[in-house]
Design a protein around this ligand. Structure first.
Ligand SMILES: Nc1ncnc2c1ncn2[C@@H]1O[C@H](COP(=O)(O)OP(=O)(O)O)[C@@H](O)[C@H]1O
Ligand SMILES: [Mg+2]
Length: 476
């Protein structure tokens, strides 16, 4: 990000963000309940057509939030017929009531946020701005609030010229996101750590989220296959959850890499305001058309006259076109290639459900972890190496390889010493490698390859393997 490379620009941007937050803090004093959102109105009934339309849109967004609650209650099997809009006001105008089990984890509120300091800018989109902030205990979190310079706000202002009304309209998107984050909890969705909807304290609605790093596709493309596979597997697990979520089948309408962040190597969805829990109604199959720039699919119109499964298929094809095509096939272990090819084929043609896709991914993971795909390695290969157990190489005789876990050296994940020996034998510079107890997320070992060693020290958790032919100086 150019922003982070230029400290002057970053401070300027941070300063302007602070400034706008402060301005909102001073001026933003309305909420749905305190309503009189639009100040003085024109026209005999106090409403102009533009304000009518704005009111209508606000009403629709309010209803959308209520629908989320009703659907959730229905799916949980405790629909209360006396449910009223008062219930939704609980989360629209403040934190969810504390006896709600869904709030158990979301304990950072307005009070904690009022003294919090933003330390960096993390990203922004059409609707929201995200800042990094430090909690007093030293924990970093991401604070999401409305992007007052964003496209959503600009388009609303062009339409209605009403800053308070537009603020409220755009805020509904973040409100919806907060409700969804409370309802949908999964390892591959960012965790909601708290929220504040009290404008006087923090200047507008704010969601407190676990902090990640914006997804950098270019960086990911350069990372080891194992890490790219982890991202794709996480995505499939997420889509499987979304397909059978407590809200029913959820579609991500704005499905793009920038809606995700990385937290310790794990992919997490952060932008949920464009999620939909509805599947289209239909009369016939041709109503269930799923359109993409390069492909169209037609799904079945079910007995209940809905395009059942459309949300699931939309998500799956988007995962294929935005993630799998770039991340999965490239540099896959040769013996896993047929399985990967099958996954690419079935998702690219939407031939399998998300459940079946997850099974296929788990099979790949199982093979990769167990080393089954390496069964054909010559067992004799380690005989070319002398082993020094309980030793570690400290000299800096490293060479670079790609795609290494370490920028300055050649560190690759291996299933066993045998696989590491095979790799070392295929690198002309390699004269030794060492294995430590350090492991990757799949449990594979991290092997460090070297072009020489001048100094070894004792280390019970490490072993150094020296290539005999090269170590003796003999020509291969
Ligand atoms: N939890 C987070 N940690 C780090 N960066 C984040 C986090 N959430 C969002 N971002 C960054 O902020 C950007 C804007 O957030 P997003 O929710 O996508 O807003 P919008 O709805 O405006 O697109 C994202 O593209 C992402 O790069
Ligand atoms: Mg976004």
């Amino acid at each position: 990000m150019t922003f982070s490379r230029n400290p002057f620009c970053s401070s300027l941007l941070l300063a302007s963000l602070f400034l706008s937050l402060t301005v909102i803090l001073k001026n933003w004093h309305f909420g749905l309940q305190e309503n009189k959102p639009f100040g003085d109105a024109g026209g005999p009934d106090g409403l102009t057509p533009a304000r009518d339309r704005l009111l209508q849109q606000l009403k629709e967004r309010q209803q959308e939030l209520e629908l989320l609650d009703i659907t959730f209650d229905n799916k949980q099997g405790f629909m209360d017929p006396s449910f009223s809009t008062n219930d939704s006001a609980v989360y629209i105008n403040g934190k969810l009531s504390s006896d709600n089990p869904l709030t158990a984890k979301t304990d950072i509120g307005c009070e904690e946020l009022s003294g919090i300091k933003a330390v960096d800018f993390l990203g922004s989109g059409y609707t929201k701005t995200v800042l990094k902030a430090a909690l007093p205990q030293g924990l970093f979190v991401a604070l999401k609030s409305i992007n007052h310079q964003g496209t959503d706000m600009r388009l609303c202002m062009e339409d209605f010229q009403d800053s308070q009304g537009c603020n409220e309209l755009v805020s509904f998107k973040l409100r919806k996101e907060i409700v969804l984050l409370q309802r949908l909890q999964h390892t591959n969705i960012v965790e909601l750590k708290g929220q504040c909807q009290d404008s006087a304290l923090v200047g507008g609605i704010t969601a407190v989220l676990e902090q990640g790093m914006p997804l950098q596709m270019i960086q990911l493309l350069q990372s080891p296959w194992e890490e790219r596979f982890r991202v794709c597997l996480g995505l499939v697990q997420l889509l499987q959850y979304l397909s059978h979520s407590p809200l029913g089948s959820v579609a991500l309408l704005d499905f793009q890499p920038r809606q995700f962040v990385m937290v310790s190597g794990e992919l997490k969805l952060t932008d949920l305001d464009d999620a939909s829990i509805q599947e289209p109604a239909c009369q016939e199959d041709s109503d269930c058309l799923l359109q993409f720039p390069l492909r169209n699919f037609t799904l079945r119109c079910s007995f209940s006259r809905t395009c059942e499964g459309l949300n699931e298929m939309r998500n799956l094809y988007n995962a294929y076109r935005y993630f799998f095509t770039y991340l999965l096939p490239h540099q896959a272990p040769p013996l896993l290639k047929p399985l990967i090819h099958q996954i690419m084929n079935s998702t690219g043609e939407l031939k399998q459900s998300i459940n079946e896709t997850l099974v296929a991914f788990e099979e790949v993971l199982h093979m990769y972890k167990s080393g089954l795909h390496l069964e054909n390695l010559p067992p004799s290969i380690t005989r070319d190496y002398a082993v020094l157990k309980g030793m570690r190489s400290v000299a800096n005789m490293e060479y670079r390889c790609w795609p290494s876990y370490k920028q300055q050296g050649c560190v690759l994940s291996v299933h066993s010493a045998r696989e590491a020996a095979l790799i070392c034998s295929s690198h002309p510079q390699c004269t030794s490698f060492s294995l430590s107890s350090e492991k990757t997320w799949t449990g594979r070992l991290l092997a460090s390859f070297r072009s020489g060693f001048s100094h070894l020290v004792p280390d019970v958790n490490s072993a150094v393997y020296m290539r005999r032919v090269k170590a003796s100086g003999a020509v291969l």
